[in-house]
Design a protein around this ligand. Structure first.
Ligand code: KIV
Length: 278
C-alpha cells in the first residue's frame, strides 16, 4: 500500500501520541531515496551541506543556488517524507521580503515542503511573514551554527537559568509566529524537555536529549563517513569510512596489479565476428 506523505498535521499528531519523529539530513538523490524507503519522517537538506559535502570550513558561505541545486536532487528521491530546505546565511536576515522570495524559491524551484531558519528574537517577524505568505517554517534555536561566532563558538546554549528562559520565550514566540516545528541544538537536556513540554508544536533535538519530540543527525555522522572531530551528541551507527577506505584501496591495488577487471567484467565477441576481424 502506498504510504501517505507526511504533513504538518501528521507530525503534530505524533507529538500528541508521544510517538517520536525521525529526521535526517540528505544532500543528494541516492541518500534521499534510501531515507525515504526506510520511512524516515522528515528529510532536511541542511546547510551543513557546506562543511559536510562542499568542503567549506563552516555553513556561512553556502548560497541559495547551492541549496536549491541539492534540494532539487533530494526532491527527486523523496515520495513520502516531509522535505525541508535549510535557509542559508544571508537568505533571510535581510528582512521579510528577501526571506519570502527565498522561501518561495525553495518551494517552487526545489519542491521543498517547508523551510528551516536559525534564530529567535528578530527572526520571529520573519517567520511570521513567511508563514503568512504560505511558506511553512521550522525554527532552529540553541546553537545556531550560522552565528556560532556570536554565541562564543560551537558550545552548549541555554546553560544558565536566564538563558534557558530566553530560549523558551523564543520558542513560544516562534510558535506564535506560525513555526510548525523547532529544532533545538546543543541545549541541556532539562531545558529542551521543558521547552518541548511548553510547546504545542513538535521539537526536534540534536544534542538536546531524549525529551524532544524527535531527533535529527547528519547523514554522514550517523554512518561514520567523516573522520575528524565528532561532537559528543553524535552516535555513529556504522563506520563506513573504514569500509570505503578498504574498498578503494583494494580497487587501486587490483587496477595496478591487473587483477581488475577479471574475465567476468569483460564483454566477449562472437567467434565468427572475431574471425572476420583478425
Ligand atoms: O544544517 C543542518 O544539518 C542542521 C541540522 C543538523 C539541524 O541544521
Amino acid at each position: 500500500m502506498a504510504r501517505k506523505r507526511i504533513g504538518i498535521d501528521a507530525l503534530r499528531r505524533k507529538k500528541e501520541r508521544g510517538e517520536k519523529i525521525t529526521m535526517l539530513t540528505a544532500y543528494d538523490f541516492p541518500s534521499a531515496q534510501l531515507l525515504d524507503e526506510l520511512e524516515i519522517d522528515t528529510i532536511l537538506v541542511g546547510d551543513s551541506l557546506g562543511n559536510v559535502v562542499l568542503g567549506y570550513k563552516d555553513t556561512v558561505p553556502v548560497t541559495m543556488d547551492e541549496m536549491i541545486h541539492h534540494t532539487r536532487a533530494v526532491r527527486r528521491g523523496v515520495e513520502t517524507a516531509m522535505l525541508i530546505g535549510d535557509m542559508p546565511f544571508g537568505s533571510f536576515q535581510l528582512g521579510p521580503e528577501t526571506a519570502i522570495a527565498n522561501g518561495v524559491r525553495f518551494m517552487k524551484e526545489a519542491g521543498a515542503d517547508a523551510v528551516k531558519l536559525e534564530g529567535g528574537g528578530p527572526m520571529v517577524e520573519v517567520v511570521d511573514r513567511l508563514t503568512k505568505a504560505g511558506v511553512p517554517v521550522v525554527g532552529h534555536l540553541g546553537l545556531t551554527p550560522q552565528t556560532a561566532g556570536m554565541l562564543g563558538g560551537y558550545r552548549v546554549q541555554g546553560e544558565t537559568a536566564d538563558k534557558a528562559k530566553v530560549l523558551q520565550d523564543d520558542a513560544l514566540a516562534l510558535q506564535q509566529a506560525g513555526a510548525f516545528m523547532i529544532v533545538l541544538e546543543c541545549v541541556p537536556e532539562v531545558v529542551a524537555t521543558k521547552v518541548t513540554q511548553a510547546l504545542a508544536i513538535p521539537t526536534i533535538g540534536i544534542g538536546a536529549g531524549p525529551g524532544c519530540d524527535g531527533q535529527v543527525l547528519v547523514f554522514h555522522d550517523l554512518l561514520g563517513i567523516r573522520s575528524g572531530f565528532t561532537p559528543k551528541f553524535v552516535k555513529k551507527y556504522a563506520q563506513l569510512e573504514t569500509i570505503m577506505h578498504e574498498a578503494i584501496s583494494a580497487y587501486r591495488d587490483e587496477v595496478k596489479s591487473g587483477a581488475f577487471p577479471a574475465p567476468e567484467h569483460c564483454f566477449p565477441m562472437a567467434s565468427k565476428e572475431l574471425d572476420k576481424l583478425y
